[in-house]
Design a binder for this molecule. Structure first.
Ligand SMILES: *Cc1c(COP(=O)(O)O)cnc(C)c1O
Length: 374
């Protein structure tokens, strides 16, 4: 099947693009000796885990379910970080994870003697915000619950810590990493000699055109050379950046107060919630900014939410019911965040090989909607 023959709505994973990204990440590993993990939170399309596992060192998880998925479907190095762990989840976590990172000294104290063969990490908070605009993605904002600050750290816990973890970036370049690392070193420098690894989290936009890979590699080597640390990176976005589409079709065209709206069978609220949450304007194939091309439309959906609006786009020709539209960069934070609000159908999942041939690997129906309710 070609992409335009797929039933809609449908997410399509572009395996060629995915592999291009993985190749870039593998080169960073080869040049620096760092270990790169897939942050499953961004992309949990486990059908591709065997492919990803040929390039990366493993997976990282936000809790038990992701940890289990990584263990079952990739089976390589498996890390987990959660702000707090449940007593009843912990035994299983120690079975499927080899690194467990804690968010506070109380959590470390509670579980430090029960980690079995898993190495223990502590998330630190270097209190350095390097981004503006996306406050909800800033773990260094005042009052943040994420990570232990240097003023709260206690040296007596060092013997129970195998590595430090920080995650402070979001879609950023290596200059922000360098600044963060300067802060980490200034605050935790003396302790870095006493642990064996450092995990620099995610938010590194490594596979984006123009990303400063050279500087990233300098940062990695600095930690390796000065402190003898094994360095982990756990990008989510960078693994599947631009490696997927959401195919949708026009159901109807309505016009009010001079605004023409396309009703689509895809929804921002249900199928690409980051469009509303972040917010951002998803790239759309063969389209322009409003007014840039001859026909401008507002793109919206079948939900009852008035604000379920994807954005205003223009096209070279008039839109008609049945037209297919292709949203781009839809592999990340889409499938993992979708929902069935309004009883909307979940998009099918398809993969596209390097020749452009598509195959549906998963479909959803009424039962998937009903099973989550009672
Ligand atoms: C979100 C997150 C990641 C992945 O972030 P990306 O922005 O997708 O690269 C990695 N580690 C932790 C702890 C996270 O919370």
């Amino acid at each position: 099947m070609r992409m335009d023959e797929l039933p809609t709505p449908c997410y399509v994973i572009d395996e060629g693009k995915l592999e291009d990204n993985l190749r870039i990440l593998r080169q960073v590993q080869e040049r620096t000796g760092c270990r790169i993990l897939l942050a499953q939170k961004a992309f949990s399309c486990f059908y591709e885990y065997p492919l990803i596992g040929r390039y990366l060192k493993g997976t990282t998880a936000s809790g038990l379910y992701e940890a289990r998925l990584g263990y079952e479907e990739m089976g390589l190095e498996n890390h987990v970080f959660s702000p707090a762990y449940k007593e009843e989840d912990f035994p299983e976590l120690t079975e499927c994870c080899d690194h467990i990172t804690f968010n506070s000294l109380t959590q470390l104290e509670k579980f430090k003697d029960r980690c079995g063969r898993a190495e223990r990490g502590l998330r630190i908070n270097p209190q350095l915000s390097t981004q503006e605009g996306h406050a909800i993605y800033d773990p260094c904002a005042p009052g943040s619950r994420l990570g232990v600050r240097i003023q709260d750290f206690r040296e007596e816990y060092l013997p129970f810590i195998d590595g430090f973890h920080f995650h402070t970036l979001c879609q950023q370049d290596a200059d922000a990493l360098k600044k963060t690392l300067d802060a980490v070193e200034a605050q935790f420098g003396p302790y870095l000699h006493q642990v064996s690894w450092i995990n620099m989290g995610g938010g590194h936009h490594i596979t984006r055109k123009g990303y400063n890979i050279d500087l990233l590699e300098q940062c990695v080597c600095r930690m390796k050379d000065i402190y003898g640390l094994t360095v982990y990176l756990e990008p989510g976005e960078a693994v599947a950046l631009d490696a997927g589409y959401l195919v949708t079709q026009v159901m109807d065209v309505v016009e009010n107060d001079g605004i023409r709206t396309l009703i689509l069978d895809a929804s921002a609220a249900c199928h690409m919630p980051d469009v509303l949450e972040m917010p951002y304007r998803p790239p759309l194939k063969n389209s322009g900014l409003p007014g840039e091309r001859a026909y401008t439309y507002r793109l919206s959906s079948c939900t009852c939410l008035a604000g379920d609006i994807i954005g205003d786009y223009s096209f070279d020709r008039e839109a008609e019911p049945g037209d297919k539209l292709y949203f781009m960069d839809m592999a990340i934070y889409s499938m993992v965040k979708n929902n069935t609000f309004n009883g909307m159908a979940l998009p099918s999942i398809a993969v596209m090989d390097k020749e452009g041939a598509c195959r549906i690997i998963r479909t959803f129906g009424y039962e998937d909607f009903k099973r989550r309710l009672s």
